[in-house]
Ligand binder design. Structure first.
Ligand code: HEM
Length: 397
């Protein structure tokens, strides 16, 4: 009997849901959802970077799936777009062909959003109906679906801010909310998928050993890494939202200084963190550097300790590679003054960094209770060559 199968003789209606095959099926479906969200993040980034996001000025969740069907319909939409400040300031004179170009990007972004909703809802109903989803997971998945719907609304809330008089782009605050909610959804789905596919921590670290032993330090360090990645992403959202990447295009100095002279230009001081280009860009650099240093610390610890190296090697390599590539991409995006392909790759890189750090944290998370720990020890501690005993219930997250 495979150890991961959770089978209780005469157990309740969750029997099918907790079987290995159901968990794998549901887990793989959720991983596919993550992939779709990753593509969506790149599509959203490209839409923003090419100034396409304001080309559809209506919010029609269902009927909006149909693009304009006649020349008259195209002309009507183009005339509406010509009335907003973005057209006059960014795209004046680009003609109907230019308008169609930016329209199709925004339309594809919205269409992909609808497809994500569809690809989530239909299997969810099917798996639920056929008893493949454990009871405990049902409220979580329903909440994720509701948050997905909310994300569509937040997207429109963001786009609407681009139509304010004299505004040529969306509000940075709304852009950050949109990006953050997308990545919260992504993280929640990924964590749930990991829990289904790898129901127990890869490493047997009792709660007490965290911090108390050198090996145990890997857990708090991984948690700090995830927190720093999250903060760096939010800060990156502000860099994108305030167009801060088009200024201070040198590295590591900013205008000849390590800390830009204009860091505290605005008052009150807190406003600098979100609205002052110098401070916004500097904070993103600092947070990214702290993220990279923490990743180095996790890697140094992981490779120095044989027990950690043996179990965590692929995850450590993934964290190292993703953070190094993302840092280099960030610097390149800055030095080349935000070319669309580099900036879009940098946006996707953030998803990869998040994925790798969550995979590491998931592998070293504590077992849920003492019994689990005992059950795990009974399998893991088979140095005497005795046949392993099947474990009992391991909750899948
Ligand atoms: C772990 C490291 C990093 C992470 C996780 C990260 C993450 C992000 C994210 C999520 C964005 C917002 C993308 C968007 O909304 O379109 C962003 C934007 C940006 N980041 Fe980073 N970043 C990192 C390192 C760096 C570094 C080291 C630099 C340069 C010194 C940098 C420069 C930029 C620039 C210029 C933008 C704006 C690009 C645009 O306008 O599209 N990043 N970053």
């Amino acid at each position: 009997m495979p150890f991961d199968v959770v089978q209780f003789p005469g157990a309740g209606p969750d029997d099918r849901a907790s079987s290995r095959s159901s968990r794998r099926l549901v887990g793989l479906w959720l991983l596919c959802m993550c992939l779709m969200i990753g593509v969506m993040v790149v599509l959203g980034g490209t839409t923003r970077l090419t100034g396409s996001g304001l080309s559809i000025m209506e919010w029609r969740p269902v009927t909006g799936i149909l693009p304009p069907m006649s020349e008259a319909a195209w002309l009507r939409l183009f005339r509406e777009y010509q009335a907003i400040p973005q057209y006059r300031l960014l795209h004046e004179g680009f003609g109907l062909a230019g308008f169609k170009h930016i329209f199709w990007l925004e339309w594809t972004h919205r269409l992909w959003g609808r497809l994500i909703g569809f690809a989530f809802l239909v299997p969810l109903v099917w798996f639920w109906w056929t008893g493949r989803i454990e009871r405990r997971l049902r409220p979580r998945l329903a909440l994720i679906f509701a948050l997905g719907g909310l994300q569509g609304l937040v997207g429109w809330f963001m786009v609407a801010s681009g139509f304010f008089p004299e505004s040529t782009a969306v509000s940075p605050y709304r852009l950050v909310i949109h990006l953050t909610l997308a990545l919260i959804l992504y993280a929640a789905i990924l964590w749930t998928a990991f829990g289904l596919l790898w129901p127990r921590p890869a490493l047997l670290l009792p709660r007490r050993s965290a911090v108390a032993s050198a090996d145990g330090m890997v857990r708090p360090l991984s948690a700090v890494l995830c927190a720093l990645v999250a903060l760096t992403i939010v800060a990156g959202g502000f860099v994108a939202g305030t167009h801060a990447g088009f200024d201070y295009n040198t590295f590591p100095l900013m205008d000849g200084h390590l800390i830009p002279a204009a860091y505290d230009r605005l008052s009150p001081f807190l406003l600098n963190l979100t609205a002052n280009i110098a401070a916004v860009q500097f904070d993103h650099r600092v947070l990214a550097t702290l993220t990279a240093l923490t990743a180095c610390a996790v890697l140094a610890l992981g490779f120095a300790r044989p027990q950690l190296r043996q179990v965590l090697r692929p995850r450590l390599v993934a964290v190292g590679a993703a953070v190094a590539a993302q840092y280099a991409l960030g610097v390149a995006t800055l030095l080349w003054v935000v070319p669309v392909p580099l900036a879009a790759a940098h946006q996707f890189g953030a998803v990869l960094v998040l994925t790798a750090s969550l995979a590491l944290l998931h592998a070293v998370r504590p077992a849920l209770n003492r019994r689990q720990l005992k059950d795990m020890s009974s399998v893991d501690g088979q140095a005497d060559g005795a046949a392993p005993r099947p474990r009992r219930l391991i909750r899948p997250f």
